[in-house]
Design a protein around this ligand. Structure first.
Ligand code: GDP
Length: 542
């Protein structure tokens, strides 16, 4: 039976569609979007630098073209951050190695972290947990780990600073297992310790990575290989044989369990001495997943789908002080992004032109011709895009899971110069959109209230108000220690509740109703008095 031939145009279009679909699948498969989580001082910055160096040319062949003027993108307010020696903003760094494209999303590392950190972790598919070998699991490591666990993000562990006096390896591994309830599977094993640390033994593919050899692996047939005794001092070889034997007590690395987030492969090294980084990168390439399926309200989106979808997880204003633009960071979840596309903003149904999607490198940004699942691009806009926004090629779906957390620090923002009131409102709105603070408008008409998760955010806000808007402000305390979003189907109950505490009610930036409470006791009372209402601590945007 002869097939009915398709018209030439149809078959051409189909052919083109198939080619795009194949490219999306290939490009998605070679991408790794990850973050580094660490307690301050564990070595995250040093490791990041060494990873970028290893990535060599920090430019993707054929994909980006340099902008005419390669102006610096660090804005004035980032100086605050430099002066303080802390990282307040989140940036994205892209590098390529052996055909794998790594997108490293930097998370603020200060103890006083903000919601930026949480949101960034919604945009990655894996994380590297850096642990200081002398300190083990620290407070911030645990907090960040818990956020990863909420989303079952697979974690690769890097035990850093092995060149210095460190804690006993078994003790460190046991601590990870116990405090994080996470099974460890060492894939490398240290040879020597402290000043006597010479390298690692590869437990998966037997061999030695030696510091002296620039960490290139020397393959061995196993721990019994007599070559081992030629490569390291006899007493070290013996010590390694004994301790690596005991390492067998830990479970074997199981890729499935790693992907589920219940097991972590463990690497050892020294970021400062540039040791162990190559091995870690190999692990990231081999084990960390390419862009994972993402749940949306109507269905689950798979990275290899040909149509573009993505969500905004971060907004940064005034990256370029000359232009006062606002850049939304879009994590691409599926399909191909092309320069010049018009995307659909699900929240409003409006079209968002993407004329110059930006790729970010350590210092520069460049216009991308196209981008793929797992990539993060910046879209300059004038306040149209919000954190949590889903953008698609056509379909009206919404990704879930970019959360807002109920702030615990609530302050009024006051100004002495009454003329600056309007300016202050605009500034606060823009900075709230960016996620610097949460902004609440009390329904009784009193001055705006800002809420933050960490006190550092208040300093950043005050500094940015002066630097970028010329508004000098001060904070005034409030009687409130907590807030909750108020949700209910029963409109009459909401109205009664509003009337019961007229001065403790406000609207958030999106117009959602919130209530302020002076204490937990008050909140409990409200919950008892108004059983029809729900008081939410976390709000998923849109
Ligand atoms: P971050 O706060 O996690 O970004 O940590 P940094 O990368 O800034 O490192 C904190 C300090 O530890 C710096 O003084 C680094 O030079 C030092 N450091 C980082 N990695 C190593 C390492 O592998 N060995 C040693 N001895 N020091 C390190």
């Amino acid at each position: 039976i002869a097939e009915v031939p398709a018209s030439p145009e149809t078959s051409q279009r189909e052919q083109a569609g198939r080619e795009i679909a194949a490219r999306v699948a290939t490009e998605a498969a070679r991408r790794r979007a990850f973050a580094i989580i660490a307690h301050p001082d564990a070595g995250k910055t040093t490791l990041t630098e060494k990873l970028l160096l290893r990535g060599g040319a920090i430019q993707l062949a054929g994909q980006v073209r340099a902008k005419g003027d390669r102006r610096r993108t660090r804005s004035d307010w980032m100086k605050i951050e430099q002066d303080r020696g802390i990282s307040v903003a989140t940036s994205v760094m892209t590098f390529e190695r052996d055909g794998v494209v790594f997108n490293l999303l930097d998370t603020p590392g200060h103890e006083d972290f903000s919601e930026d950190t949480y949101r960034t972790l919604t945009a990655v598919d894996a994380a590297v947990m850096v642990i200081d070998a002398a300190k083990g699991i620290e407070a911030q490591t645990r907090k960040l780990f818990e956020v990863c666990r909420l989303r079952d993000i697979p974690i690769i562990t890097f035990i850093n600073k092995m060149d210095r006096e460190s804690r006993d390896v078994f003790e460190l591994l046991d601590e990870i297992e116990k405090t994080l309830a996470l099974d460890v599977a060492p894939v490398a094993w240290p040879v020597g310790a402290g000043r006597g640390f010479v390298g690692t033994y590869d437990l998966l593919e037997p061999g030695l990575h030696l510091m002296a050899e620039g960490s290139k692996a020397v393959r061995l047939s196993g721990l019994d290989d007599p070559k081992l005794d030629e490569l390291v001092k006899p007493e070290l070889a013996q010590e390694l044989r004994d301790s690596a034997e005991l390492a067998g007590a830990y479970q074997d690395f199981d890729h499935e369990r790693f992907l589920e987030g219940t097991m972590t492969p463990v690497y050892f090294g020294s970021a400062l001495r540039d040791f162990g980084i190559g091995h870690l990168l190999e692990g990231l390439a081999k084990f960390a997943p390419p862009p994972r399926d993402r749940p949306a309200d109507s269905r689950t989106v798979t990275a290899a789908e040909p149509e573009l979808t993505g969500f905004v997880f971060k907004i940064q204003a005034n990256m370029d002080p000359n232009h006062r633009d606002r850049v939304a960071f879009l994590r691409i979840c599926s399909g191909r992004l092309q320069k010049g596309m018009r995307l659909r903003q699900t929240r409003t149904g409006k079209a968002v032109p993407v004329n110059a999607p930006l790729f970010f490198f350590a210092q520069d940004r460049q216009v991308a011709e196209e981008a793929w699942p797992g990539d993060v691009v910046g879209i300059a806009n004038h306040g149209i895009l919000r954190i949590g926004d889903t953008l698609t090629e056509r379909e009206g779906l919404n990704f879930s899971g970019v959360p807002s957390f109920a702030p615990e620090i609530l302050r009024r923002v006051m100004i002495d110069d009454a003329m600056a009131g309007k300016k202050l409102r605009t500034a606060l709105e823009q900075l709230a959109e960016e996620g610097v603070v949460q902004l609440f408008r009390p329904l009784d008409g009193t001055p705006p209230v800002v809420g933050v998760v960490g006190a550092l955010q208040l300093d950043v806000l005050a500094a940015r108000l002066v630097a970028e808007y010329g508004v000098k402000s001060r904070y005034e305390g409030t009687p409130w220690g907590l807030m909750r979003w108020v949700a209910a189907d029963d409109k009459a109950a909401v109205e009664r509740f509003r009337r019961s505490i007229p001065h403790d009610i406000a609207e958030d930036h999106d117009g959602a109703l919130v209530a302020f409470f002076s204490s937990d006791w008050r909140r409990n009372r409200a919950a008892e008095d108004f059983p029809e209402l729900r008081f939410l601590e976390v709000r998923e945007q849109h």
